[in-house]
Ligand binder design. Structure first.
Ligand code: GLY
Length: 349
């Protein structure tokens, strides 16, 4: 009679077999030309990351430094301080980080924490877990001595009160805002960052206040490892922005990296993911936006949007924003030891 799985485990044979399996060693990073890639026209954030890389720093420090810029900016209505609240008037934040060795940390629906990206990193480095949410995440922030405070700015509160006057909140696929394509100030534009340092270490970070006036408790793709961010240091990294539900539906960032693992270029992988979103979404693709960035360990760049208007920034040495990526350069400015490009990505529509 064949052994059942339980018998096999009890026999210890399976454990022995497991122990005999070779561990898949991560590809050792190779020296690289540093690159910073960030969603939207987040030039100050990209410059902060570049400064870390330029000084010979670690890619994860660079990604975190970039994400902290919009988190502390009260004028940025989709990230951190000044982020639009949920429909109950509470600012709730999502963030994650991932390094070149599959180490990752995330927080979701956390309140009163100025730098959720740093909290996500503390989850990764100082806890045995990958993700903490809500009150538990807030408690860790306090225990770690992170900066706390009320993140609802007067401007954000006024916008929320005005929204409440007219809003007929009827959650559909993603949003009550079915009357216009994304891109309005009250929609969101998560910052996702991918960084490659001189030692060839590829890391990423993602941070957002999520969809403006979302249902309380709603979490998008940004803190989901494999959704809004995924990195395999030897293969590539990807970040997503836009309507998180659509990104989660296709396991967005993970799917991009897996496509790269199977030989697709960063550009091709980013494009194929967004095309898949357009095919599978139950929403009208014209009423949603998804943007994807991909970065290879060789510094290759991919970028694609569902709708026109998805812009990203690249910081790197040389005169070309992305040797193998497509898109239209809309701004070019010198930075210390490199150039910062703003590029509009190609799109499905
Ligand atoms: N992409 C951010 C969110 O949907 O919350």
């Amino acid at each position: 009679m064949p052994l059942s799985r339980r018998d096999l485990l009890r026999s210890g044979a399976a454990l022995g077999a497991l122990a005999a399996l070779p561990r898949v060693a991560a590809a050792a990073p190779r020296p690289a030309t540093p690159v910073v890639l960030a969603t939207w026209d987040n030039r100050a954030a990209a410059t902060a990351a570049w400064d870390v890389l330029r000084a010979g720093g670690y890619a994860l420090d660079a990604a975190e430094a970039a994400a902290r810029i919009p988190e502390a900016d009260p004028e940025d209505t989709s990230v951190g301080l000044g982020g639009r609240p949920d429909r109950d008037g509470r600012v709730t934040l999502d963030a994650c980080v991932m390094d070149e060795r599959h180490r990752c940390g995330a927080v979701a629906a956390v309140e009163d924490v100025l730098h959720p990206v740093t909290l996500a990193r503390r989850v990764m480095e100082n806890t045995p877990h990958v993700m903490l949410v809500g009150e538990g995440a807030r408690a860790l922030a306090e225990a770690e001595g992170l900066e706390m405070g009320d993140l609802l700015t007067p401007a954000s509160e006024a916008a929320w009160r005005e929204w409440r006057e007219t809003a007929e909140y009827a959650p559909g696929i993603n949003t009550e805002r079915r009357d216009r394509p994304s891109g309005h100030a009250d929609d969101h534009d998560t910052i996702g960052v991918l960084t490659l340092d001189a030692a060839g270490r590829l890391c990423g970070a993602c941070t957002t206040s999520g969809l403006a006036y979302k249902m309380r408790g709603r979490v998008g793709d940004s803190p989901i490892i494999g959704g809004g961010l995924f990195v395999d240091g030897g293969v590539g990294g990807a970040v997503a922005t836009g309507h998180g539900e659509e990104v989660i539906r296709v396991a967005g960032a993970s799917a991009v990296v897996e496509a790269m693992r199977h030989g697709r270029t960063a550009q091709d992988a980013a494009a194929s993911l967004v095309e898949r979103v357009a095919r599978v979404t139950p929403a009208d693709p014209a009423m949603i936006q998804v943007g994807v960035l991909a970065l290879g360990p060789d510094g290759s760049v991919g970028a694609f949007g569902l709708q026109p208007g998805f812009v990203y920034v690249v910081a790197r040495p040389g005169s070309d924003p992305a040797p193998d990526a497509e898109g239209t350069v809309t701004n070019r400015q010198p930075i210390d030891g490199g150039v910062l490009f703003t590029v509009e990505a190609p799109s499905v529509l």
